[in-house]
Design a binder for this molecule. Structure first.
Ligand SMILES: [Zn+2]
Length: 116
């Protein structure tokens, strides 16, 4: 039985695979639509269909980022698990997100950490 830290690390690696598959299927459909001389309506339909796996993959990746590990407040060092909506709406660079800490109620760039 693996501990939570190892499982969270695996989940965060799995997140990259999910994002890659979503992006790959999107690019594959766009290339298919661009390569063949299709009608404009069909190209538009394929583009919209291509977005679906990308959106599903992005939502799943955000869920993984929310539940795997913790976020550490830059102001007070409090570690916490944020809500899905706050992770979804937060501007970010990689896994560092600009969110409000539930303890000190300050906005800051919170880093992802695997341990409390
Ligand atoms: Zn804080």
């Amino acid at each position: 039985m693996k501990n939570k830290e190892e499982l969270d690390k695996l989940l965060l690696q799995f997140e990259w695979i999910i994002l890659f598959l979503g992006f790959f299927s999107f690019v594959e459909i766009i290339v298919f639509a661009a390569y063949f001389d299709l009608e404009e309506n069909i190209m538009l339909l394929l583009t919209v269909i291509g977005f679906i796996p990308l959106i599903v993959a992005a939502c799943a990746a955000i869920k993984i980022e929310q539940i795997a590990g913790y976020y550490k407040c830059a102001k007070c060092d409090h570690t916490y698990v944020p809500t899905y909506s706050s992770v979804f709406m937060a501007p970010h660079f990689g896994r560092t997100r600009y969110m409000r800490c539930p303890k000190c109620n300050e906005n800051s760039w919170n880093k992802k950490v695997l341990t409390k």
